[in-house]
Write a protein of this length. Sequence first.
Length: 556
Amino acid sequence: MTENTPKRKSGRPKLKEGEKGNYHVSRVERKKRATRKRIKSLKNAEAKAKKKLDSLNDKSANIKHAEKLMRSGGLAVEENVKKLPKSVRARLDDHTQILFNPNDGPQTDFLAAPEKEVLYGGAAGGGKSFAMLMDLLRYAHNPNHRALLLRRTLAELTELIDQSRKIYPQAFPGAVFRESKNTWSFPSGATALFSYVDKDTDAARYQGQAFTWIGIDELGHYPTPYVWNYLRSRLRTTDTTIDTYMRASANPGGSGGWWIKKMFIDPSPPNDPFWATDIDTGKILLHSVNHPQRPGQPLFQRRFIPARLTDNPHLAESGEYEAMLLSLPEVERRRLLEGDWDVADGAAFSEFDRAVHVVEPFEIPYNWPRIRAADYGYSSPSCVLWGAVDWDNNFWIYRELYSAGYTGETLAEMIMALEEFDPPMNISVLDGACWSKHGTGPSIAETLTRNGVRFIPADKNRMAGKIELHRRLMMNEKTGEPRMRIFSTCTNLVRTLPTLPLSKTNSEDVDTKAEDHAYDALRYMCMTRQTGLPHAGMLNRVKEQTYTPINQIFGY
């Protein structure tokens, strides 16, 4: 080594920016790391190749479908058309005619809905019937597609058939309508039967038949859910490329409005899919525990898509149809123009408005006085409502317990469990009949008391209670708000209160044969005297008070 030779630097070599050192790593470990890196790189390359292949396959399928559309017509999804090459898209535009383009909003949502059962319902003039005609064509290109479209009577079916004659032959050249059988036959071999079911027994005509799509226009004309439930058993196919669907349109009210509301409206907010439930018990429908693929799991999903006149620009722009609907009586106007499912003929509380009186849950302030009110039943449901009173003497109904088959002990246990973290109740009222005795045994009220839940008899003046509830639901002129709000989680109260009818023999009372259990509990709550509870005036006086400590040194 000469004097000009630079000295070797001691210590570890300096790493470049962003470089990681691999000191104290054996050769074997370095080889393992390199191998893992190569494997990861190959996997990424494989994923990119697969993605590109899928894209090419989709592109090829879209091009083939576009060529088929140019030859024989059919249905095209706008998103798929946008993915086509410009040259193919230009040819498609030159050789095809757009016969139907769904309106933005609910009509588009309905035609794209993947749920098994969907109700497209609400205001008149929203384009519901035409959407039903178009949804029927989902699988018209598949020879295994069998569709069934129904109305209550054959005469009501005439308009749908006339509309289909205008568009089906143009969408599928070669499609033929056989008048004698009221059946469309498409070039692919698919068929669509237009028929009617007047009475429940007429549904048996379809016994032994199988359909891939079943639709009922104006479902509210059926007074019971029998036809809908029976036809569900006809929905089946062995073709794995076809998904089976049931579709319906309806306006609020009608002889079947009550069960449609229970089945599609009450279980979930509009547009939110939900698992299908039993309309009598509210329980989710489940597969049997012995099902080979989905033991004990939910059966299928439903969805409610609301319709309004404003969704259909072809009718809404002129304003003529809207003016006609505005001239209707209040109940019909709210149903057909506003699509309100809560209003009923002869409703006892027509001032109830879901948008005004129903609110999302929030944490009730701890110092708001609490009230508990209950209406007991064993075969009929028991209903317990919990309310809080704010400083302006407004009621906030924040919880409900609603179920049948509870003994006094069971009901007390449920109440105690729900009130575990609540402050003490200021007032608890119960139907006075629960104190009546027949023989020497304990009454229901005694049983509840013995199990830790105390009540006092409620004021059962029916006329005064109904009037007080009207006052609570009406708008306060000073505040512009109602004196009562209900949490959306109180589903049975929200469901039954707006549809509760007036008595046919006493216009000052509700129909006691209707489902009035939640109403009775709410009436008992409204009739509790609020004189002993804090109110805004008391709070203001407390604020105005000045505190003068007795001992100026220690401050107390």
